[in-house]
Design a protein around this ligand. Structure first.
Ligand code: ADE
Length: 225
């Protein structure tokens, strides 16, 4: 998979890709991530990427020209399956969306700033608009990092144990069950006996029950989906 990220703040975005699982995935060539600084596609001396709104109103709008130049150049090199715009008015990121995107070959992620981009960018290029939640960030970069993390860890080979992404919370619309490790008892708090029984069908049943109970208590909305 190849991800091209278009941003005015590449330095804000880079560190999540320089550590841990994402770094290993890139080093193992399971994913390529490229950053494109929008200012490199400007034509004026000030390298401006935004301007005031037509019709008046507070806040700057990202202009179409540098975005067009950048996306058009990328598209001249390969086909993109999805051109995603990170925006609070997009569809809310869920595990199912991350699953879908992890199957794509090449994607572009455009990070918005200020008030957002000129509507014509969305009309002309964007195939999918994604929000990471109902709150407004100062730019799309942190959202893009969240999306990339959720997607990249699903690519086969990225996680050590191939099955572990399948047992994540949300993969079956259930939260994950409680988990335990050593010591068996800590300050009087004991690990549930069933986990030492060696009876794996029973353990699996217990985990499913716990996942269901936890979901019912914390996120009953997931059970209706
Ligand atoms: N840009 C600003 N707020 C955002 C959000 N909630 N999700 C994605 N991109 C954003």
């Amino acid at each position: 998979m190849r991800i091209d990220i278009i941003t005015v703040l590449p330095e804000l975005l880079k560190s999540p890709f320089e550590a841990s699982i994402l770094k290993r995935a890139i080093e193992a060539n399971l994913v390529e991530v490229h950053f494109h600084n929008l200012r490199d596609y400007t034509t004026d001396n000030y390298k401006s990427v935004d301007d005031t709104q037509f019709g008046g109103g507070a806040g700057m709008v990202m202009t179409i020209e540098p975005i067009d130049k950048c996306i058009t150049q990328l598209q001249s090199q390969r086909h993109y399956d999805e051109i995603i715009y990170m925006t609070p008015d997009g569809e809310t990121l869920k595990q199912g969306i991350a699953n879908q995107i992890s199957l794509k070959e090449n994607i572009i992620i455009l990070c918005g700033h200020y008030k957002g981009v000129d509507q014509r960018v969305r009309d002309m290029f964007i195939t999918r608009e994604i929000s990471i939640g109902d709150y407004v960030l100062s730019g799309g970069e942190l959202g893009a990092a969240v999306l990339c993390d959720a997607v990249i860890r699903l690519i086969p080979g990225v996680l050590g144990n191939e099955t572990s992404a399948l047992t994540d919370s949300f993969q079956d619309n259930l939260l994950a069950p409680p988990i335990y490790t050593k010591p068996r008892e800590y300050k009087g708090m004991k690990v549930p006996e069933i986990l030492f029984s060696g009876n794996f069908p029973e353990i699996e049943k217990w985990r499913e029950e716990q996942a269901y109970l936890r979901t019912k208590e914390r996120r009953p909305d997931l059970l209706d989906e």
